[in-house]
Design a protein around this ligand. Sequence first.
Ligand code: SAM
Length: 393
Amino acid sequence: MTPAARVQAAIELLDAVIGAAKREGAPADRLIADWARENRYAGSKDRRAVRELVYAAIRACGPVPQSGRAAMLRLVQDDPSLAACFDGSQYGPAAIGAGEEPGAAGVAPEWLMERFAASGVSESEAQALMGRAPLDIRVNTLKADRASIELPEAGEELAAPQALRFESGTQVDQSPAWRDGLVEVQDHGSQLACLALGARPGETVIDLCAGAGGKTLGLAAAMENAGRLLACDIDRSRLSRLAPRAERAGAGMIETRLLDPGRESEALADIAGMADAVLVDAPCSGTGTWRRKPEAKWRLTPDRLARFAATQDHLLDLATTLVHPGGRILFITCSLLDDEGADRIEAFLTRHKQWKALEISLPLGRPHRQGIRLSPSHDGTDGFFVAMLGSAC
Ligand SMILES: C[S@@+](CC[C@H](N)C(=O)[O-])C[C@H]1O[C@@H](n2cnc3c(N)ncnc32)[C@H](O)[C@@H]1O
């Protein structure tokens, strides 16, 4: 592909990304993978170049741009050498017209920037959400140890005891260590957040929003595969991905349970009031993961944010029915917005007078109201809010 053809392909993909963001369609990663599958003439260098252009243009635009072309014209403002690709050649984009408007620059749509500011997130901290995430792994202590594991490359040792960092794009999932379950890909912040629960061998722990089990596997390792660990979710497809991962990791203690949204208590009646700890890794907007999915900033609406907050309240209330007196709940969201972080804890404590926020000690992060905040700019991790709640005995 010529450089101009790559730019045109990126423009078309950006149109698809913008359309998908408006109607809750496929994420950018999937759209790019589909494009690569359908356009076999594009070699690996072309695919990489097109992908880079798409992501760079998304990162460069704050509000949703009018079109893929407007998004690319924003990128031209940052990298004027790209202007030469608008040459009107057969597969390239038309020449840039006089007065043609680029998409607006910025980090995110205005309403979101206001919410960040209200959540104590500075402009530069928000800007760091548009950076690129490195690749972090967790060495699985059920099978190996960070001090002795042999990997094709030595990673950087991080603060979480089993965390190693590699450059973004490192193909860890091709290595024998990954295939044999010695390592899992997991953001450093996610590892730290998980550690905050302090899960111990022999305990009964419920991972209420387990998804495909990223944190469940970390909990099983912390519990040394001893005790009871129940992984729940309402999403059958995500939860079904946990079993093969657990097998690879040697985490035989994990039980899974599919829940019905709004009727979760029914499926959990047999374990109500029995858990030592419940992890509520709640569904959220994911603003803390924008380094990996920058287009998510265009998907969020005030209405969707309010729906996440309502689900978070519901899940926290549900968690109180699952622990025994003296039990604990760890609330995690991968977001820097107080609407789905500190505000949820404040509202919880108003509803549940017999509960209190407990102190969390982590090697990274900053206290933020009743919890801890981790962020890309401060901690080099994805963005998280983590709070621990304890019930009276
Ligand atoms: C942040 S993700 C979990 C990520 C996962 N814990 C991990 O570490 O990979 C939130 C999960 O909550 C699930 N969820 C949404 N509503 C739920 C509900 N009412 N009960 C249980 N899980 C729910 C979603 O399906 C999603 O998998």
